[in-house]
Write a protein that binds this ligand. Structure first.
Ligand SMILES: NC(=O)c1ccc[n+]([C@@H]2O[C@H](COP(=O)([O-])OP(=O)(O)OC[C@H]3O[C@@H](n4cnc5c(N)ncnc54)[C@H](O)[C@@H]3O)[C@@H](O)[C@H]2O)c1
Ligand SMILES: O=P(O)(O)OC[C@H]1O[C@H](O[C@H]2[C@H](O)[C@@H](O)[C@@H](O)O[C@@H]2CO)[C@H](O)[C@@H](O)[C@@H]1O
Ligand SMILES: [Mn+2]
Length: 441
């Protein structure tokens, strides 16, 4: 069985330990020859990397494992590249969230002005990283889930139009499907969804039972109305995520046609959400106090002990397992179905061809084969065209160094919708991002 070489870009991420555990757990299904962690932050990466060394020595000695900040060492001879960089770290995420909130506008890492700010930071570093990767591994599959995935996907579409081995993907739609399975009392693999939208802005039109073909959406609608909606892993979630999933009930009361992605709340209730987010303690603060703290403490305990035995349980992490299954579907030409970000070209018939949309696709060694959803109703078309314009204008602003395009991107965004507020927030974001953004004139 072929062994695959894989590098994780953003190896110091809070999600990396989950990936390392999942690679161990899934080694029979997806054997690795070499696993490399690459990060620009040596200190952050060494904690995760030293933990990984101990884990792999004990559970996966047949795979070569190492971590590095050197590009050549990281990218040589790779089959797969998993990209999970957070440019600017949680400190910049905190500003992305707090600056708009100071002006009464949603502060969120991927939606609205926060997403715009993070998008311009990610675009520059993602483009650089992909040129570096292609120098050493011209044929590797690049799986990107660095955020904001919608804006990054638009940038990569423009920068690398002929590179058919870059796949942009997010596991939030899958997370919603898994949460439906919890409510229905079945396994998520029994469900076969139909979905349309943009990344972090979409809807399920049907959730079929894979065996019988029955559409379970009416049943789900009734269950959600009666019991609300919880993430599949509710017991491990922070308060803000439980509130986010809780909003699905409200979304379905107001717009009962389809089951929404949880992120839709920011676009459909911007005033309500902005009023209910704490401008002094945002999600970045919550993550720094919870996941980031926990992950780094756990790694340090294992490093001090010199062993994982007695300290961790090896089980797959849902996020990591999902991304590894994506890689397996490509590696083994499985043509499994995933919800993927693709260039539209008719998948959503009444949206532009060059929009990066999110739909179900079969995924094999020749890439995604998107499934068509036909024409979408006017309400959804209007919402998505508006957001697509905002995302395209953000990338126009990046390439043209244009303040005007940036202002237009924020003004047209539903979470802002006011040119005066857009200008004030943009000026504050320019100041905060001066080490990261191209100059906007
Ligand atoms: N779409 C999804 O399904 C999904 C799910 C979870 C996380 N994510 C994304 O994964 C990323 C990691 O999230 P996190 O919360 O663990 O963040 P994190 O800050 O813990 O980790 C990100 C790492 O990226 C590194 N980094 C920054 N710039 C880099 C560059 N230019 N090259 C290489 N490494 C770089 C940082 O030093 C850091 O160690 C984020 O982009 C997040 O949005 C996506
Ligand atoms: O606020 P965060 O940093 O906790 O999460 C932001 C990310 O949220 C979604 O990812 C989920 C992921 O879908 C799920 O499998 C699990 O791993 O939790 C993550 C969040 O905790 C979203 O899809 C990502 O794009 C965000 O980065
Ligand atoms: Mn996502």
């Amino acid at each position: 069985m072929k062994k695959y070489n894989l590098v994780i870009v953003g190896g110091g991420s809070t999600f990396t330990p989950g990936f390392l555990k999942s690679f161990c757990h899934m080694k029979e299904q997806f054997p690795l020859g070499k696993l490399v962690l690459f990060d620009i932050d040596a200190e952050r990466q060494s904690v995760i990397g030293e933990f990984g060394k101990i884990l792999f020595k004990e559970l996966y000695p047949e795979a070569v494992f190492h971590y590095t900040t050197d590009i050549a060492e990281a990218y040589q001879d790779m089959d797969f590249v998993f990209m999970q960089m957070r440019v600017g770290g949680y400190k910049m995420r905190e500003l992305d969230e707090k600056i708009p909130l100071q002006h009464g506008i949603i502060g969120q890492e991927t939606c609205g002005p926060g997403g715009f700010a993070y998008g311009l930071r990610s675009t520059k570093e993602m483009i650089k990283a992909i040129y570096d990767i292609r120098q050493y591994s011209p044929n590797a599959w690049i799986l990107n889930y660095s955020n904001p995935a919608a804006i990054v996907a638009e940038a990569l579409r423009r920068e690398f139009p002929n590179d058919k081995k870059i796949l942009n993907i997010c596991d939030q739609p899958e997370n919603v499907v898994r949460s439906c399975s919890r409510l229905l009392g079945c396994h998520f693999k029994e469900l076969d969804p139909v979905y349309f939208g943009l990344n972090h802005y979409g809807w399920f039109t049907h959730i079929y039972n894979k065996k019988t073909g029955e559409d379970l959406l009416p049943k789900l609608r009734a269950l959600i109305a009666e019991r609300g909606f919880l993430p599949q892993d509710a017991e491990q979630r922070d308060k803000s995520w439980l509130e986010t999933y809780g909003m699905v009930k409200q979304l379905m009361e107001d717009f009962p046609d389809y089951l929404p992605n949880t992120y839709n709340q920011y676009y459909l209730y911007p005033d309500y959400k902005a009023k209910h987010l704490d401008p002094n303690f945002t999600r970045a603060n919550e993550v720094m106090a919870s996941r980031e703290k926990r992950v780094f403490e756990e790694c340090k305990v294992i490093i001090n002990a010199g062993t994982t035995k007695g300290y961790i349980n090896i089980h797959e992490d849902a996020h990591a397992e999902f991304m590894i299954e994506v890689a397996m579907s490509i590696a083994y030409n499985k043509n499994d179905r995933f919800i993927i970000i693709v260039e539209n070209y008719g998948a959503i018939n009444n949206l532009p061809d060059d929009g990066m949309v999110e739909v179900v696709a079969e995924l094999g060694s020749n890439g995604p084969k998107p499934m068509r959803v036909g024409n979408i109703p006017t309400f959804y078309k209007g919402l998505l065209e508006n957001q697509l314009a905002s995302e395209k204008l953000a990338i126009d602003a990046y390439y043209e160094g244009s303040y005007q395009k940036a202002l237009e991107s924020l003004t047209i965004n539903r979470t802002v919708n006011d040119a005066k507020k857009a200008r004030i927030i943009l000026d504050a974001l320019i100041e905060a991002n001066k080490d990261y953004w191209p100059e906007l004139k």
